[in-house]
Design a protein around this ligand. Structure first.
Ligand SMILES: [Zn+2]
Ligand SMILES: [Zn+2]
Length: 179
């Protein structure tokens, strides 16, 4: 295909390394423009698709970490996951670049194309849609304030099941037990 050299206006092949008239790097310019077009197409193609398991906590809603106390002993502690705010779910977004798990509080900006895919609250999932959820229900949301990290959430309670996020449905142990 013949294009106009952006420098001198000479007709030149879009595959020419340089313009024969003025030596402008045509191939480089064509590649850069194609790259910009691809990026813009990706930004415009972002669509919210629903929910996906939180990749930062593997849908558990909390994260375990080792903690060293004053005596130097190490023990296991946990904190609510600040990415999914304890729900174990974040938002699923699809675009020309594939599927992404996106933290809820930035998903509107992300879907508008205002955030790059290399954002700390965006996790690339690849080209295949995620299959189902690890747990049938999302956990109850525990909002986090901006900048809140590890120790702000659930303190040092140990989770007593594989998923403390979901309260067990127990009709025999209702509140206000009259005894
Ligand atoms: Zn030229
Ligand atoms: Zn999470």
């Amino acid at each position: 295909m013949l294009i106009e050299c952006p420098e001198c206006g000479h007709q030149v092949s879009d595959r020419a390394v340089a313009c024969p008239q003025c030596a402008f790097p045509v191939a480089e310019e064509v590649a850069a423009q194609a790259n910009v077009a691809r990026q813009q197409a990706e930004l415009a193609s972002r669509r919210i698709k629903g929910e996906v398991d939180c990749p930062w906590c593997e849908a558990r809603g909390f994260r375990m970490f080792d903690e060293t106390d004053a005596s130097g002993a190490t023990r296991s502690a946990f904190s609510w996951c600040t990415y999914c705010e304890h729900t174990g779910r974040v938002t699923l977004v699809h675009s020309a670049a594939g599927y992404f798990a996106v933290v809820d509080r930035v998903v509107v900006s992300f879907a508008r194309g205002e955030l790059p895919v290399e954002h700390e609250f965006v996790h690339a999932l690849g080209s295949q849609p995620p299959s189902g959820h690890r747990y049938p229900h999302a956990g109850k949301r525990v909002p986090v304030s901006d900048g809140a990290q590890a120790s702000s959430g659930g303190g040092h309670r140990e989770p007593n099941s594989s998923r403390p996020a979901v309260a067990p449905a127990d009709p025999w142990n209702s509140e206000g037990d009259a005894e």
